[in-house]
Design a protein around this ligand. Structure first.
Ligand code: PEP
Ligand code: MN
Length: 264
């Protein structure tokens, strides 16, 4: 169902605030790794709104490697994100890790994110397929492109065609970056499927010093947009402290990538 052979024209995911993903215009999804407090998210949301952005990301349910790390604020985190939607008109993108949570999260979230660690959580994929909101599906840590496409197929075959793919880097032997961004996956996914494709430059590189050229490369190879993490004070962030941009770094990154966006 997600194959371009079956449907040659691009799928465009549209939102009430006029935003579109997969249209000609490139889009951005920025925001903190985790929702930590109202003020923390508000600082980022205000900046995004001032930059004319239409989306904000933030995790309320965090799939952490260690059970002793911050697990997210849960529903309270989603409430904070919903406040940002009301205050600034930003579409909320947030990760769901439990199939039983879609109904609750539907009150707060505009895009359900399925994280890399859950790309083959088939019950979660089926439930996302039964929901009627767009799903942002991230590529699994060690998933082949074929497995990634089948995961999208799970969502589509359960009734939801509003799927956005996100390449976020895969595990290789290389240690210079957090993961290895599979840049060639972007044109392969664009050719093989009709779905929009985003590139997450934060979790793929894990390095702020190369995020900008990597984001430019993503747009150049045909990605429909870029995801990156921004935090008002990354040093005290409860997750991914080392790789989130502060608002000054983000200002520079944004201006540069926004110029690049207009080239494609
Ligand atoms: C995230 O985007 O918040 C996240 C946890 O990323 P990933 O699932 O790609 O590791
Ligand atoms: Mn993160």
């Amino acid at each position: 169902l997600v194959s371009r052979k079956l449907k040659p024209e691009d799928t465009v995911v549209s939102f009430d605030n006029g935003a579109k993903i997969g249209d000609k215009e490139k889009i951005f999804v920025f925001g903190p790794c985790s929702v930590e407090s109202y003020d923390q998210v508000d600082a980022v949301a205000q900046d995004l709104a001032a930059k004319g952005q239409k989306f904000i990301r933030g995790g309320a349910f965090k799939p952490r490697t260690s059970p002793y790390d911050f697990q997210g604020l849960g529903e309270e985190g989603l409430e904070i994100l919903k406040e940002m939607n009301k205050k600034y008109g930003l579409n909320v993108v947030s990760e769901i890790v439990n199939p039983a949570h879609f109904e609750m999260a539907d009150l707060y979230v505009d895009v359900f994110q399925i994280g890399a660690r859950n790309m083959q959580n088939f019950e979660l994929l089926k439930e996302a397929g039964r929901s009627n909101k767009p799903v942002l599906l991230k590529r699994g840590l060690s998933a082949t492109i074929e497995e990634f496409i089948y995961a999208a197929e799970y969502i589509h075959s359960n009734g939801n065609s509003q799927i956005i793919l996100c390449e976020r880097g895969i595990r290789t032997y290389e240690k210079a970056t957090r993961n290895t961004l599979d840049i060639s996956a972007v044109p392969i996914l664009k050719q093989g499927t009709h779905l929009p494709v985003l590139v997450d430059v934060t979790h793929s590189t894990g390095r702020k010093d190369i995020m900008l050229p990597v984001a430019k490369a993503a747009l150049a190879v045909g990605a429909d947009g870029v995801m990156a993490e921004v935090h008002p004070d990354p040093a005290v962030a409860l997750s991914d402290a080392g790789q989130q941009m502060d608002l000054n770094e983000f200002d520079y990154f944004f201006n540069e990538i926004d110029k690049t966006r207009q080239l494609y």
